[in-house]
Design a protein around this ligand. Structure first.
Ligand code: GUN
Length: 283
């Protein structure tokens, strides 16, 4: 049996550290970190994420603001709210929960956010900083994966890392984070010709394709570290990752469960980015 990477516990450890640092920031400099979340529409998954972010803020002692807007909100109205938050001195970081309704341009929204307050790390400025090797705010889910690898003292330098999935939120920023730490990185996607051949090379395998249980046991190298970013609900109601967990356990040395692996780390990294933003902006 592989070691199970306990994302829930590590996320709690990180949040405990953030709560302490927040207390210190308040005591020494009178700063209360503020995070705002904007949700447009009533996507059920997004509602759950937004609630989780608000509760996490409360737990670590941040100020939290929430904007729930109807799905027919115009892009102009959303840009107005973003403009207000860019100027709001109580708010050090904010995000627009994605996806937004189709009549709103995602790029226009992300680019309107002040990069210093872009705690999701999605603004082209933050993407560019990461790609040029001098990161500012890092995207939360890949940063959470790096944190898990580090806390479990898993060596990255010189390792063959394979990422399955090339999204802007996970796959692409993770390339740079692994590369920065001297891994040899390969990225696979829907047009990859012989996927099992490539994934079997991986000493660190990251599944972030959004396809339930697509990584089978025979696609995993013996002793690989398997990181599962997927969260998929089957028709039966069961929650599964992108990795066939039981099969993968026959081969992996470390593995993240779903739920309780990568998922809880995203919010922890969002809080960390917000704390950093608060420390920097009030200098
Ligand atoms: N939708 C799914 N994941 C995320 C995330 O990390 N940030 C935002 N803003 N929207 C998301």
């Amino acid at each position: 049996m592989p070691a199970i990477i306990d994302g829930k516990k590590i996320s709690q450890d990180v949040r405990d550290e953030i709560r302490e640092k927040t207390l210190r920031l308040k005591g020494e400099r009178g700063i209360v970190p503020g995070l705002a979340v904007i949700l447009v529409g009533d996507d059920p998954a997004s509602q759950i994420y937004v609630r989780g972010k608000k509760n996490a803020c409360r737990e670590v002692g941040f100020l939290s603001k929430e904007f729930r807007l109807p799905s027919d909100t115009s892009e102009t109205k959303l840009l107005d709210i973003i403009d207000g938050l860019n100027r709001d001195h109580e708010i050090h970081g904010f995000l627009v929960q994605l996806p937004v309704p189709e009549h709103i341009r995602t790029d226009a929204i992300i680019e309107a956010i002040d990069p210093r307050k872009d705690v999701d790390g999605f603004h082209p400025y933050n993407v560019g900083k990461l790609f040029s090797g001098n990161p500012y705010h890092r995207a939360c889910t890949p940063a959470g994966i790096m944190e898990l690898l580090d806390r479990y003292e898993i060596e990255i330098k010189g390792k063959e890392a394979v990422i399955v999935g090339r999204s802007n939120i996970v796959g692409k920023p993770l390339i740079m984070m692994l590369l920065e730490r001297h891994a040899t990185v390969t990225v696979c996607h829907t047009r990859t010709k012989d996927l099992p051949k490539v994934t079997r090379r991986a000493e660190i395998l990251v599944a972030a394709a959004g396809k339930p249980e697509m990584i089978r046991g025979d696609m995993i190298r013996d002793g690989a570290v398997v990181i599962d970013v997927g969260i998929n609900r089957l028709d039966t109601g069961k929650l599964v990752g992108d990795v066939a967990f039981a099969d993968a356990c026959e081969r992996a040395s470390y593995i993240t469960p779903v739920p309780g692996g990568v998922g809880p780390m995203t919010i922890a990294m969002l809080l960390r980015n917000t704390l950093d933003a608060a420390s920097i902006q009030d200098k």
